[in-house]
Ligand binder design. Structure first.
Ligand code: AMP
Ligand code: MG
Length: 272
């Protein structure tokens, strides 16, 4: 089995490199199987819980988790899984939808910046500012002259955030086109999941290749040393959960979160 440090290295999009998604197998398990992954998850969850407790108490830095991926790639499931490790106090989740009238009247980072984490906090973005070089590009919601500038604008924005003490970790949940078909079918067939399905999803699926091209460009052009992308093999939910949780734990660990210095108290105090 590939250990956490090695896995992180393998899945990281090297800054400045030209990524080809075909080089990443969405079925990859890197030597893990379901039983081993589930057994390891408990330990990783404990580590994440401990790190978040210290991050919140110390309030020195913050963490931003960006989740992107095609429909059914498992963004909602990842949020659910990662959240099991965290105390809801100090964590917030934002799901970015089609911009409201007010949001659309501003620059594309306006609604994003407002949801970034303050010191001590973890923010999870379910979709993000990256939609502006994904759905916007695929459906020509802006002219190329406009969306093509967003890569640099995003890099500058993320540099501003990291310079203020924020750790940014970006996950692309990578599934295959066949897996998406099966997941849509399951959504349609399962009454508990049907609410998530619309016929518009089938129309979006027709744009699969354009989305993959847009993702390749986005991941290649915005994976930086300070805010790297990770391509998560996501055909198996257990592998996705393992990879995301362990990369996140490593990344937060680098911030060395710690409780604040102990207050000056009298010795041997017995509270009556
Ligand atoms: P869901 O994540 O399934 O709830 O869907 C949210 C929808 O909002 C997706 O179809 C996204 O493509 C869309 N969306 C998110 N951000 C933007 C944006 N900046 N511009 C246009 N559509 C967006
Ligand atoms: Mg959807």
């Amino acid at each position: 089995m590939t250990d956490a440090t090695k896995l992180r290295e393998l899945l990281r999009v090297k800054p400045g490199s030209r990524l080809k998604l075909a080089d990443y197998d969405p079925d990859a398990t890197h030597g893990w199987d379901k039983a081993a992954a589930k057994a390891d998850s408990g330990k990783t969850e404990e580590r994440l819980a401990d790190l978040q407790d210290k991050l919140w108490a110390g309030a020195k830095s913050s963490v931003l988790v960006v989740l992107q991926g095609i429909d059914t790639s498992g963004k909602d499931g990842t949020v659910k899984h990662v959240m099991t490790s965290f105390n809801p106090q100090g964590v917030n989740v934002t799901s970015f939808k089609v911009p409201s009238t007010e949001e659309a009247a501003h620059d594309f980072l306006w609604r994003i910046h407002k949801r970034t984490p303050g010191k001590g906090e973890i923010a999870i973005f379910n979709r993000s500012h990256y939609e502006q070089v994904l759905v916007v590009r695929v459906h020509s919601l802006e002219p190329r002259s406009m969306w093509s500038k967003h890569y640099e604008q995003i890099n500058d924005f993320e540099e501003l955030l990291t310079a203020s003490g924020m750790k940014i970790v970006k996950f692309f949940l990578h599934i295959s086109k066949d897996e998406q078909r099966d997941r849509f079918q399951e959504r349609y067939d399962n009454p508990n999941k049907r609410w998530k399905f619309s016929t518009g999803d089938i129309a979006e699926r027709e744009h699969w290749d354009e989305y993959m091209a847009a993702y390749q460009d986005a991941l290649s052009r915005t994976s930086t040393a300070a805010a790297p992308w990770y391509v998560i093999p996501a055909n198996h939910n257990w592998m996705r959960n393992l990879a995301v949780a362990s990369i996140l734990a490593e990344a937060i660990g680098e911030l060395k979160p710690a409780y604040p210095p102990e207050p000056d108290l009298p010795k041997n105090l017995v509270i009556k």
